[in-house]
Design a protein around this ligand. Structure first.
Ligand code: FDA
Length: 355
């Protein structure tokens, strides 16, 4: 007979270990999100080029390097969606510069006849400055892409930019049919949005930003459940579904679901980020599934890179092996601790002040 006292102890230890892991992950997530939003670090990183192992997950700093990366992926039957990295666009000049850069990428994709389209973020094109200004920038881009029969995906950012981004999509769709967007499964409103935009090409993701419990699911279980629900519905009723995830459980579920429901391969594709689970990307393409790699490029890489670490702090081991040894990992741990302590102290002060 098993010793009940011992197994209860074991159970408690396992519970404690999971709780500890959960707390460490939550602290690291906050830490990296904090870094991603740090304007000073973002500006500094631009000057120094791809560092800290970012070259493993960013395809290049300029268009020609990026075209070379796309050609390599195309050679394996993988198509690409290209993202001109950019954060913190607060003035019109920067937004116009970003627009010009994206127009040049469209031209380069066309000239080199590579299999690729564009992903862009409304905030980079002036959404935080002026809605109409942003809409006009997007119109110019979508019009140019349309002339080359190229698709434009509007990436989704945080909650405050969600509705304006859908409004832009609705406005653009009055003139163009080569535009689509992203549905983030962590939002309570995701199902309603997906049904409203079901006739668009939609990318479905879990969601990358830190959102409050008033608007978004917080636990992995709830997010995964909603993610699967949305994917299944859109595969059955939508126009074209891009399933963007590195989660093998979700991918295996989708493979079974499309087979059981006779959904043809040309109704959907899998998407992953450049440099992540490359073996699985190649394998899915070899198995005959449509596969599209999200290819970020440019010198504004820091925020993107930090968000990837926030999503999955283990990426730190995968990505920056050559830079981070045990000592630097410990230093990051200490910095994260100090960062959180700072935030809690600030919160405490604010509370005391309110009182
Ligand atoms: P998640 O990080 O939840 O991991 C689930 C499990 O998968 C892990 O526990 C592990 O077992 C396995 N796994 C994951 N990554 C692994 C790795 N690198 N190696 C080994 N195992 C791994 N978000 C957003 O808000 N707006 C957007 O527009 C987009 N766009 C976008 C495009 C594309 C192409 C992708 C892939 C993702 C986005 N995202 C996004 C990000 C998305 O919302 C989400 O934050 C990340 O994809 C992380 O969630 P996953 O579903 O990939 O797995």
């Amino acid at each position: 007979m098993p010793n009940i006292t011992t197994s209860m102890k074991e159970h408690d230890i396992i519970k404690l270990k999971h709780h500890k892991e959960y707390v460490i992950m939550a602290v690291l997530k906050d830490f990296f999100i904090g870094l991603s939003e740090n304007q000073m670090l973002n500006t500094a990183a631009k000057k120094y080029g791809l560092k800290l192992g970012a070259q493993r997950v960013v395809a290049g700093t300029n268009i020609s390097e990026t075209i070379e990366s796309i050609k390599k992926l195309n050679a394996h039957g993988i198509s690409c969606t290209v993202d001109n990295l950019g954060e913190f666009v607060y003035n019109r000049e920067e937004a116009l510069e970003a627009k010009e850069q994206i127009l040049q990428v469209i031209e380069a994709i066309h000239n080199h006849q590579v299999d690729a389209h564009i992903s862009l973020k409304p905030s980079q094109l002036g959404l935080d400055i002026d809605y109409d200004f942003c809409l006009n920038n997007l119109k110019e881009i979508v019009m140019k892409a349309k002339s080359y029969d190229m698709f434009i995906n509007i990436d989704m950012e945080d909650y405050k930019r969600l509705q304006p981004s859908f409004d832009i999509l609705t406005e653009l769709s009055k003139e163009f049919d080569n535009v689509g967007t992203v549905i983030q499964a962590y939002f309570f409103r995701a199902e309603e949005d997906m049904k409203k935009f079901k006739d668009f090409r939609l990318r479905i993701v879990k969601g990358a930003y830190k959102e409050p419990p008033e608007v978004a699911y917080q636990s992995k279980e709830d997010i995964d459940k909603n993610f699967i629900k949305l994917i299944e519905w859109h595969l059955l009723h939508g126009k074209f579904t891009s399933i963007a995830t590195h989660d093998h459980n979700i991918i295996n579920h989708v493979k079974r679901f499309v087979q059981e429901n006779n959904i043809p391969n040309d109704k959907f594709e899998f998407q992953m980020l450049y440099g992540f689970r490359t073996d699985m990307q190649l394998q899915l393409a070899r198995e005959g599934y449509n596969f599209c790699t999200y290819v970020p490029f440019g010198n504004d890489w820091f925020g993107y890179f930090m968000r990837r670490l926030a999503e999955r702090p283990q990426n730190m081991n995968l990505v920056v092996k050559q830079v981070f040894n045990k000592r630097t990992n410990t230093m990051i741990g200490l910095a994260a601790g100090a960062f959180m302590l700072g935030r809690w102290t600030k919160k405490g002060k604010k509370k005391r002040k309110r009182k």
